[in-house]
Write a protein that binds this ligand. Structure first.
Ligand SMILES: NC(=O)c1ccc[n+]([C@@H]2O[C@H](COP(=O)([O-])OP(=O)(O)OC[C@H]3O[C@@H](n4cnc5c(N)ncnc54)[C@H](O)[C@@H]3O)[C@@H](O)[C@H]2O)c1
Length: 382
């Protein structure tokens, strides 16, 4: 089998190392980072005779087949477009882009250059998300009609780098209004609505209460309507003082409910992911909770057969399995499930939410990202 040579841009890309090393005939051939110290440290971690580049475009000149773009959000689209033009396959970190125009360019470039584009939305791969997906497919929740996805992560301590310089996060994340980081919430939830796409959104916030001088609201709540009339509620809060809970989800269907655990330490530790199914009513006819993992036999085979190391990779194994799907897509020549259209739809929900917030929660239409979208649909409609 022909060896696939990968280049990684940005140190976050190292989260994929374990997955890449576990796959035959894959070599991490190049590493790119503007910061020389980060670059040297990353190259050491990768080992072997990995080639080092400070400039992304220089790395594209080398004989790599694919790139993992894990630089800051505002670099993603310019770098992905350059990589596709240079004939490389791409896996891009979240979010896909920082403007709606970028999203339209991204779709056009993937269609033009016919290379694999995979969106690195790793929370989709979290075991509980995959298990609920299997249970939905078996009809165990009846017809799903409502879901929630929450990303609650106080990031005030990373708005400034340890060197004292301002981080990109102060501008492209907490310097914006609306839900700047929607994909960890919406990506997993959309796994449970396989025939749906988001048609309109409306976002409300409680205003700006952070003491850091950031424009970002103290939490955003975005209601998303889908083409099939289902409702999804997204909450992102990255500046309020609270413990992290970055993968909190709910699914309600006509026959039951899934609620994920609330993380806690000390006295409140030990909360579990849970379900309540009509088919499992107590003897007196009431519904009660039981552990989601009572159904773990329904997990996809690769999760059941995963090594301890794989399942403990970051995001409950997500950072491991996602790489395998990227490499499989390259080998098969078929775009992966997390393709450019999903990347753009989920990212657009966040970008459009800023417009909704600025207009008192006004409902905004989300373009239907799909192959060969007509030009007149590549617009923001008010
Ligand atoms: N999927 C996830 O779970 C997850 C988690 C964290 C971050 N992210 C995403 O990963 C990306 C990086 O986040 P981070 O926390 O690692 O940021 P970071 O600021 O800690 O690191 C970014 C790295 O990219 C380098 N860099 C910046 N501009 C560059 C350029 N033009 N060319 C080459 N290198 C460049 C920087 O020197 C730095 O080493 C972001 O898009 C973020 O949204 C995803």
């Amino acid at each position: 089998m022909k060896k696939i040579k990968i280049g990684i841009a940005g140190c976050r890309g190292l989260s994929t190392l374990m997955g890449l090393r576990d796959i035959e005939d894959v070599e991490i051939a190049a590493m790119c980072d503007l910061d020389e110290d980060h670059l040297n440290k990353a190259a050491e971690e990768i080992g072997g005779d990995v080639k080092k580049f400070r400039i992304f475009e220089d790395m594209l000149e080398s004989d790599i087949d694919a790139v993992i773009v894990a630089t800051p959000m505002q670099c993603h689209v310019p770098q992905v477009l350059a990589a596709l033009e240079a004939g490389k396959h791409v896996m891009s970190e979240v979010t896909a882009g920082v403007t709606m125009d970028e999203l339209f360019w991204l779709c056009e470039a993937v269609e033009k250059y016919n290379k694999i584009y995979m969106f690195a939305e790793n929370c989709v791969y979290i075991p509980k998300v995959q298990l609920v997906k299997q249970m939905v497919a078996k009809g165990m929740f009846g017809k799903p009609y409502y879901a929630e996805g929450m990303y609650l992560h106080d990031i005030h301590d990373i708005l400034v780098y340890p060197s004292g310089k301002t981080s990109w996060r102060s501008y492209w994340q907490c310097g914006t209004r609306g839900n700047f980081y929607p994909t960890h919430s919406i990506g997993p939830v959309m796994q449970w609505f396989p025939d749906d796409y988001i048609t309109e959104i409306s976002t409300f916030t409680p205003g700006i209460h952070n003491p850091y001088g950031m424009k970002q609201d103290s939490g955003t709540t975005t209601m998303c309507r889908t083409n099939n009339g289902n409702l999804i509620c997204l909450r992102t809060d990255c500046l309020s003082p609270r413990p992290h809970n970055m993968d909190r989800y709910t699914l309600q269907g006509t026959e039951g409910i899934f609620e994920s655990a609330i993380y806690g330490k000390g006295r409140l530790a030990g909360d579990i992911d849970r379900v309540s199914l009509n088919s499992n009513k107590t003897e007196d006819g009431h519904m009660d909770w039981e552990a989601l993992m009572n159904y773990k036999d329904l997990l996809p085979e690769r999760y059941k057969n995963a090594s301890e190391e794989q399942i403990h990779a970051s995001h409950g194994g997500g950072d491991f399995f996602i790489v395998k799907d990227f490499i499989d897509a390259i080998r098969s020549g078929k775009q992966p499930e997390l393709d450019v259209y999903k990347a753009c739809e989920w990212t657009a929900v966040g970008l459009l939410s800023a417009l909704s917030v600025a207009n008192n929660g006004r409902t905004i239409e989300v373009p239907h990202f799909r192959p060969n979208m007509p030009l007149n649909e590549k617009v923001i409609k008010l």
